[in-house]
Design a protein around this ligand. Sequence first.
Ligand SMILES: Cc1ncc(COP(=O)(O)O)c(C=O)c1O
Length: 406
Amino acid sequence: MIEEEVLGMRNPTSFLREEYDELVKSELDWKLRVLQGPSTPWCNVDGKKVLMFCSNNYLGLSNHPKMKEAAIKAIQTHGAGSGSVRPIAGNMDLHVELEKRLARFKDAEASLVYQTGFAANAGLIPQLAGKGDLIISDELNHGSIIDGVRLAHGERGVYKHTNMQDLQRVLAEAEKHDPPYRRILIITDGVFSMDGDMAPLDQIAKLGAEHGAMVYVDDAHGEGVLGEGGRGIVSHFKLGRDKVHVEMGTFSKAFGVVGGHVSGSKDLVNFAYNKSRTWLLSGSHPPGVAAACTAAIDILETEPKHVQTLWENTRYFKKAMKDLGFNIGNSTTPITPVIVGESGVAKKLSSRLYEEGVFALPIIFPMVARDKARIRTIMNAALTKEDLDFAIRAFGKIGKELHIIK
Ligand SMILES: Cc1ncc(COP(=O)(O)O)c(C=O)c1O
């Protein structure tokens, strides 16, 4: 027993070890793998050469020569850091250029870059809906949206996952509220990261318009993937900015770098940067990051092959996995869950895949329902057909070995 406890005193830090031990005991702790080198199709994880099957680097841009060149050049011209938050002394020409390029890419009046996507959701959502307002959220929205909503002073409504009848029900109830809500904000992920299914954003936008609600989409997994040249879900559904008012995203996935962003009207951007505490009170991106993000937009605009190959690979892999008899859920995007049921089976499948040279991690409770444990694969444009066949063979062999497929 610890000495303070014997004396009946409060131990200020004992909970750290106790709670960690509890997580380890219930196998809910993260065991971190180490990537030794760049995130490439064949990469080195914990000293073993494996095929990367779970990175968000959809287009393989994180190691693209133009991106590395842009980052190095920016470090040479602007240094390693920005020196400040943007409202004081850290607003560099590189940040301004990136926002201009992003707005053009998104076909929006204006864009604003945050340090991360999490910072965008956590900083902006609480400002959009305060006292007397209602935020309506899909039940499976990302944790950064959930935390943004928790920080907001508005009331909350939740609708069943992608269920438009249920959204209609929540909106109809909202209309009866007395006094009437000042504002209504509907928030959804564009692509849901655990299942790879898409939000019916066209229908959400329609319902939003009928009720005078602001519509906010988090397109972290849709950009670089959906829409014309990877412009994202708003482009995919060909929706106007009058219907989807906040298009939020991140440079940390298909763009291959790091950084959150929002696009929409000039009014939105002026409001957002003056009010988001995560934007105002946190240092701006180092020059290398800002320049690499701009280079990623350049690549998307000039090298359409990456998005095309991503979709070819996605179709090839999904078909082969279905033919093998795996349950790959209802995904319509490059995120392909391989649903196996029990968490023990998912963990075993992941560790056997690693032994066979495929890196894909298990997703288990509480991230998904107890009986829906899975391996979440994420397709990559840089994978060749030979790579895909290699992974498919490994899945087939181990799937049979673990009696997941026949
Ligand atoms: C849907 C969604 N929103 C936001 C984020 C956060 O983005 P970032 O990595 O830029 O903080 C993620 C990343 O996991 C995400 O999947």
